[in-house]
Design a protein around this ligand. Structure first.
Ligand code: 1CP
Length: 351
């Protein structure tokens, strides 16, 4: 059993760090596109056999040290009753976004075992299929990021409509975030019961918020969901790209086992900010670095490993892998980590 991820999360000494990639099951793999050509995205999410097939692809084809269940963060708003579409080239959309307080009141309360049972079934099946080869990661979107999509209706550069709600209708924003914190926490607890050995919270749009708004509308709800998930007994990773200035506040508020570091943040800066906290760090190669030649990918990846140091580091990209990265380059990234060894000399040089 490859338990490197679990050991790094406990900040144990490892001979090399574990490696996986956000969005590792996805469009950069021809094998994913072959499955996707036959079913639409939401059908794939809702059919455990298909979700498990693509969950295992990066483990088999790229050699990552963890599997992340194939699904999406937007399944929670969908389970709350919002119609979700995913059209080719446009991406996910909610054609009827939330606009007024009554829209929030109309949202259904999510019982994960009912409306999200397909993801729990996929987790149970993936755990069996993995048979201990690598740990299985579950995940959910953080409340602010989900609220941003639910109010905006789709992904945008600035999330100006969602941010307008924070200033114009703060009571509506808090009511929505409150319901989401409960739904996200409950869902992560259910995922752990179904077999997820680690869970990650994605606050992908944390960076759309200024510090005051992140502290008022982002962090408290992220922390509630993370703390509830931790009670389920599995380690929690919190990733809030664009909020590199707040790594210490995120560690303090969430009590997370690991903090994701985006590619804007230098490893040394992350280490300094997080030094007072008992947390591991996850990241943070620029996803665009995977366009470089494999020898260059290897050099950059190993330089990054040195900078994060020998304990409590999970190698990942600083955000999701891009769809046009050649699979051989993803493999070069993973192989560079597997070739690394924390020799006593290298450990000593890090102090
Ligand atoms: O095949 C396709 O056309 C669908 C593309 C796709 C895929 C492969 C979407 C739609 N979602 C996913 C899978 C997915 N999404 C996973 C699976 C596990 C893995 O990592 O391998 C995960 C963890 C997510 C999480 C997710 N969905 C995030 C957080 C991560 C991040 O990148 O910050 C976000 C923001 C989403 C929303 C979403 N879903 C899909 C797209 C294209 C988007 C982005 C929409 C936008 O903002 O424009």
């Amino acid at each position: 059993m490859n338990d490197l991820l679990l050991r790094a999360l406990r900040r144990e000494t490892v001979s090399r760090p574990p490696v996986w990639m956000m969005r590792q099951a996805g469009r950069y793999l021809p094998e994913y596109r072959a499955v996707r050509a036959k079913s639409d995205f939401l059908t794939m999410c809702r059919t455990p056999e298909l979700a498990v097939e693509v969950t295992l692809q990066p483990v088999d084809l790229i050699g990552v040290d963890a599997a992340i269940i194939f699904s999406d963060i937007l399944v929670i708003p969908e389970a709350m009753g919002m119609h979700l579409t995913l059209d080719e080239g446009i991406g996910p959309q909610f054609p009827t976004p939330l606009r007024e307080p009554a829209d929030v009141e109309r949202l259904r309360t999510v019982v994960p075992e009912e409306r999200l049972d397909y993801m729990l079934a996929a987790l149970r099946m993936a755990r069996r299929a993995l048979d201990g080869r690598v740990p299985l990661i579950g995940f959910a979107g953080a409340p602010w990021t989900l609220a941003a999509y639910m109010v905006e209706g789709r992904g945008t550069k600035q999330f100006a409509v969602a941010k307008r709600m924070l200033f114009e209708q703060p009571a509506m924003a808090h009511a929505l975030l409150d319901r989401l914190a409960v739904a996200v926490g409950d869902f992560l607890v259910a995922q752990v019961s179904a077999g997820a050995q680690v869970v990650q919270l994605f606050d992908s749009w944390a960076g759309a918020l200024a510090p005051d708004e992140f502290r008022a509308f982002g962090l408290p709800y992220l922390a509630r969901a993370a703390r509830r998930a931790r009670e389920a007994g599995a380690p929690v990773i919190v990733f809030a790209p664009g909020a590199g200035w707040a790594l210490d506040e995120i560690a303090a508020a969430t009590g997370a086992d690991a903090i994701g570091v985006d590619w804007h943040t230098a490893p040394a800066a992350a280490r300094r900010q997080l030094a007072p906290f008992p947390v591991a760090m996850q990241g943070n190669l620029d996803p665009c670095a995977l366009y470089a030649a494999p020898s260059e990918i290897r050099a950059r990846t190993q330089a990054m490993i040195r900078q994060f140091g020998p304990t409590g580091h999970i190698v990942n990209l600083g955000h999701g892998i891009l769809p046009d990265v050649p699979p051989a380059h993803a493999r070069a990234f993973v192989d560079a980590v597997k070739e690394w060894e924390w020799t006593p000399e290298r450990v000593a040089a890090c102090r």
